[in-house]
Write a protein that binds this ligand. Sequence first.
Ligand SMILES: [Zn+2]
Length: 203
Amino acid sequence: MRALLLVDIQNDFMPFGALPVAGGDEIVPVANALILRSGLVVATQDWHPVEHGSFASAHVGASPGDRVLLGGIDQMLWPDHCVQGTPGASFHSALDVAGIDRVVRKGSDPAIDSYSGFFDNDHRTATGLGEFLESHAVDEIVVLGLATDYCVRATVLDAVGLGFGVTLVTDGCRAVDATPGDGDRAIAEMHAAGVRVVESSHV
Ligand SMILES: [Zn+2]
């Protein structure tokens, strides 16, 4: 059984959002087209409490882009984003949410971030996504979303580690590229881990 996994297609990651990803809105039509062709569709949603530990604003004197230890893990600090219940945390208004079978929220623990849809960054706490997919006999997932070099990368590498076959849809992803080339390097890393890397027309 194959499932489509949409990563964090939320307003705050759009070009108009609090943590803008260039071209983030361009992936919405790609997602909608694949939703129509997929039997099981799961979406992750970054879902932070106010003053989440990944926010620069939660650390005295810190700015976005600084790094701290959070839960014992090296953590990039971000602008406040995807705060629970705010418009920024909502899915893009053009996303076909009626076609989503299950939403998995992550990043709710203020003391640790969760780039991956499967686990918090310390890999100690699971979100339930893996169990949900296994309960539906999913063995292969098609992944797209935001951002290539953070939450997509972490989700994909965890999926590989859990034994899922993974296809990454390149035109359905955009990168933060905090350092130029981060997105391309993340795709190369996923490919080297055994991920099938294709454009949506080849899914
Ligand atoms: Zn976040």
